[in-house]
Design a binder for this molecule. Structure first.
Ligand code: PEP
Length: 253
């Protein structure tokens, strides 16, 4: 039985005071969350303040990234031990990290391992670019990304996966639920070959890419889609709360 996860990625948005306002808005609108795990991932500088604002709510806090080394001469970076105890989740391998900051599958695998080793859950993102899809190579690309991004990873009970087609992120053009299900079932079959079918059955796999409260429902009706990673729509308390409420109503119906 997989509990759906609705995770908001605030990216490089919100000042610390905006972040606290947003968190307070969410705590007011979502005092209880039933049947769904709701997570928000603010910028590093706001993690503590957001965690404090959400302390009485069921909403969990995540980080957007960590370095794979525990400490050292890595100016500007933040490590897993630095956020351990403060967050429950860490996004690793987001396409913006891969494309803009040149993170490789090997880097992502090291990050996922270090996150789990510090008792947090990686939300590991994979997704193909538009040209890859147009070339008919989406499925093979995703299989290869899943394998390489989990090289050496074994903490299957902590893993959350997210399929985020690059062409759907921030574009307002979500994938169709049929396409998302197709690729997410490929992710699950790849997980089954890496982790065994029982572990694979228990790993939540999220869809991400232009999710809103209007389009979330049909994604969650698909058998392999266990929630959403939400960017733009997570920056409005009303809209993110609505997404969580729609998900909770589907799960409990
Ligand atoms: C994301 O950045 O992970 C994302 C899915 O963004 P958006 O919802 O804005 O497409």
């Amino acid at each position: 039985m997989r509990t759906p996860v609705i995770a908001g990625n605030w990216k490089m948005n919100t000042t610390p005071s905006d972040a606290v306002d947003l968190a307070n808005g969410l705590a007011a609108q979502l005092p209880f969350v039933t049947g769904v795990t709701a997570v928000v991932c603010p910028p590093f500088v706001s993690l503590q303040a957001v965690a404090d604002a959400l302390v009485t709510s069921d909403i969990k806090v995540g980080a957007q990234n960590v370095h794979f080394q525990p400490s050292g001469a890595f100016t500007g970076e933040v490590s897993a031990p630095m956020v351990q105890g403060l967050v429950s989740y860490v996004i690793v391998g987001h396409s913006e990290r891969r494309l803009l900051f040149h993170e490789t599958d090997a880097d992502v695998a090291k990050k996922a391992i270090v996150v789990a080793a510090h008792e947090m859950q990686p939300i590991l993102c994979v997704g193909e670019r538009l040209e890859t899809r147009k070339a008919g190579e989406a499925e093979d690309t995703i299989r290869a990304q899943v394998r390489a991004s989990l090289d050496g990873f074994e903490a299957w009970d902590k893993l959350v996966m997210a399929y985020e087609p690059v062409w759907a992120i921030g574009t307002g053009e979500a994938a169709s639920p049929i396409v998302a299900q197709e690729i997410i079932s490929v992710v699950r079959s790849e997980l089954a070959s890496l982790a065994g079918p029982n572990n694979a059955d228990n790993i939540p796999i999220l869809y991400g890419g232009s999710v809103t409260s209007e389009n979330i429902g049909p994604f969650l009706d698909r058998p392999d889609i266990d929630g959403a990673l939400v960017g733009g729509a997570s920056l409005k308390a009303n809209e993110f709360s609505r997404i969580v409420q729609v998900a909770a109503s589907i799960v409990t119906s």
